[in-house]
Design a protein around this ligand. Structure first.
Ligand SMILES: Nc1ncnc2c1ncn2[C@@H]1O[C@H](COP(=O)(O)OP(=O)(O)OP(=O)(O)O)[C@@H](O)[C@H]1O
Ligand SMILES: [Mg+2]
Length: 206
């Protein structure tokens, strides 16, 4: 049995993560690979229920600390029920956001809670992606794109340009911190051009 590959997409709001995750899944399936396309928060029935608790409702519904616990609980369920079984079966798991999003969001926008996120991660998750594609782009463009498809899950979409700039810097900081698994792709181009670069970095990892 071959080992699977765990690929995550990260980047600021509207950078094209969901679009590129879908494109990559189609691309690899066309090559005959078994692919599980999933997302966070969510990705398993239990974690999707937690997603609704975290993303909908009053922005002050949870303290920052409670929110980290909810994200960690959702991630643990997602890992147990969806990600690890698929990897054990030799599949490629493509996940739209994972722990790096929590590191960045909780580290930048909710006070400096990166230490708490990392402690809970090593205690309850203990798994990093094999490859993380960071779609890097100018926050103003990303924000405009994100607003254009705004829905009911908007607790995190009122950050504004200044926070988006700090998040972009924090994602790039993570890429420097974990160079072995991060690949930075320029997201400020048309969908096809970005998809070509993504396919190239993933095929190299496979
Ligand atoms: N390279 C691109 N050029 C132009 N528009 C794009 C590009 N990539 C994605 N879009 C469009 O921008 C919007 C946001 O893209 P997408 O949903 O993939 O971003 P995202 O990173 O998943 O956002 P979020 O963080 O809010 O989930 C969508 O309407 C999508 O069709
Ligand atoms: Mg998305």
């Amino acid at each position: 049995m071959t080992a699977g590959l765990f690929v995550t997409f990260e980047g600021i709001d509207g950078s094209g993560k969901s679009t590129q995750a879908r494109r990559l899944a189609e691309h690899l399936r066309a090559q005959g690979r078994e692919v599980v396309l999933t997302r966070e928060p969510g990705g398993s029935p239990g974690a999707e229920e937690i997603r609704a608790l975290v993303l909908e409702g009053d922005p002050d519904r949870w303290s920052a600390e409670t929110e980290i616990l909810l994200f960690t609980a959702a991630r643990r369920d997602h890992l147990e029920r969806t990600i690890l079984p698929a990897l054990a079966a030799g599949k490629v798991v493509i996940c739209d956001r994972f722990a790096d999003s929590t590191r960045v969001y909780q580290g930048v926008s909710r006070g400096d809670l990166r230490g708490m996120v990392d402690k809970l991660h090593s205690l309850m998750i203990g798994r990093e992606p094999d490859l993380t594609v960071l779609i890097d782009m100018d926050p103003d463009t990303g924000h405009a794109r994100a607003l254009s498809r705004r829905g009911h899950e908007e607790r995190f979409e009122d950050f504004g340009p200044d926070l988006q700039r700090r998040m972009r810097a924090a994602f790039l900081g993570l890429a420097q911190e974990f160079p072995a698994r991060f690949r930075v792709v320029d997201g400020g181009r048309d969908i096809e051009a970005v998809a070509r670069d993504v396919a190239e970095v993933v095929e190299r990892a496979l």
